[in-house]
Design a protein around this ligand. Structure first.
Ligand SMILES: NC(=O)c1ccc[n+]([C@@H]2O[C@H](COP(=O)([O-])OP(=O)(O)OC[C@H]3O[C@@H](n4cnc5c(N)ncnc54)[C@H](O)[C@@H]3O)[C@@H](O)[C@H]2O)c1
Ligand SMILES: [Zn+2]
Length: 369
């Protein structure tokens, strides 16, 4: 079993990674069941896929848990579902010493984490992520949130879990498109500051997507260790270090907004194209020697990720994409902070990017055949 620790003083916690961990969850959760109760919260699709295995895993250690199953989908991260969930937790008599277990992807992790942050002013919380995106990104770091009419993830809290249990075999039932979208966030860690890991992705990414256990464990452990390190340095995104995790997300957000945050473009798919655009923009500004973007695009093609906004059905105009980027962001004189790159594994935060130049760049990109 691989163990990675998130070092946050008294809020430190371990992340355990092993194929088959779902079936042995009881052994890992027993210590929480001694001082309080476990309440498992999942959603219908996840419950059908892995709920039985997880409950059997608890039962084999003699643990019992209430289970609450919510509807699947991004719409569940809402005020309505949050209120209903907190009311149910309170009706169950949840105490601060109890642990709420989020069994699911990023939607369940974000919603349940937020409910755990506010019920009784904060009760215990365990993440059992079941998508690649949640295993390498959202389950670690303590960001929780819901969506509101004003936008995505604008209401939430920092609430660190007490434990994260990652079972790569949970990915066996994940639709291939979701798996590939989550893989974009794996590639992200290489592009941010780890050229060797990007090279590993070039060699082994296809194996990971084909379900190779060794590749999955390696990629998840490496990604989680990178995120744990960054979160340990900048828990609340105040120093700018944690902002590096948003590589590709400003361009990507514009693409997602362009599709109305619909299934036409999954978050990870948008981030993949967004990272490529960040590299291409860096090259066109002379900040990054030519070649990096072409290498990234070649890897995307090798694993089946789109390497151009047009392949995701985005045609512009560029002015509207730029408008999406600036929507509800503080702007100083037509400038926006952007994550740019000097090379693969050499990204940095540029606080002063001229949006006119971004628009010109995007106009050129969108005119490509
Ligand atoms: N808190 C953070 O730091 C953070 C970081 C990144 C993303 N997020 C949030 O995460 C969410 C996206 O997460 P996601 O991509 O995991 O979405 P998700 O939870 O909606 O899961 C994606 C799809 O896979 C299904 N699914 C999940 N596990 C499965 C399994 N094992 N087998 C079969 N199907 C399964 C779900 O039902 C859903 O249809 C977004 O709301 C995003 O805002 C949060
Ligand atoms: Zn992301």
């Amino acid at each position: 079993m691989k163990r990675i620790d998130v070092a946050l003083g008294e809020r430190s916690y371990p992340i355990l990674i092993e194929a088959g961990l779902l079936d042995r969850a009881g052994a890992e959760l027993a210590r929480f069941a001694r001082g309080g109760r476990l309440i498992v919260i999942s959603e219908e699709t996840v419950d059908a896929a892995v709920g039985g295995r997880f409950r059997a895993g608890l039962a084999s250690a003699g643990l019992a848990a209430e289970t609450i199953v919510l509807p699947p989908g991004e719409g569940t991260k809402s005020w309505t579902q949050l209120a209903a969930l907190v009311d149910r937790l309170l009706a169950l008599g949840v105490e601060r010493s109890d642990h709420v277990v989020a069994l699911g992807g990023g939607v369940i992790g974000d919603l349940v984490g937020f409910a755990a942050a506010i019920a009784k002013r904060g009760c215990g919380f365990v993440q059992v992520p079941t998508t690649l995106l949640s295993q390498v990104d959202s389950s670690v770091g303590g960001k929780t949130a819901i969506n509101t009419p004003a936008g995505k993830n604008l209401v939430g809290a920092f609430h660190q879990p007490a434990l994260v249990l990652i079972d790569p075999s949970a990915l066996d039932t994940l639709p291939p498109r979701e798996l590939r979208a989550g893989y974009a966030e794996v590639v992200k860690y290489g592009l941010i500051d780890d050229a060797d890991f990007f090279a590993w992705c070039e060699t082994h990414g296809a194996d990971l997507l084909a379900g190779d256990d060794g590749a999955r464990v390696h990629a998840i452990a490496h990604s989680v260790a990178a995120k744990a390190r960054i979160v340990g340095e900048d828990e609340r995104e105040t120093s700018g270090r944690r902002a590096l995790l948003n590589l590709g997300h400003t361009f990507g957000h514009a693409l997602e907004a362009e599709t109305g945050f619909s299934d036409r473009l999954l978050h990870g798919e948008a981030v993949a194209i967004g990272m490529l655009l960040a590299f291409r923009f860096s090259e066109s500004e002379g900040l990054c020697p030519p070649g990096a973007a072409a290498r990234i695009a070649a890897h995307y093609r090798a694993v089946g990720l789109a390497d151009h906004p047009r392949k995701a059905g985005i045609t512009g105009p560029a002015s509207r994409l730029v408008a999406h980027m600036t929507h509800d962001k503080k702007m100083a004189g037509g400038k926006l902070p952007f994550l740019l790159a000097h090379g693969i594994g050499q990204t940095y935060l540029d606080r002063d990017v001229d949006l006119g130049r971004v628009e010109t760049f995007l106009t050129r990109v969108l005119a490509e055949a």
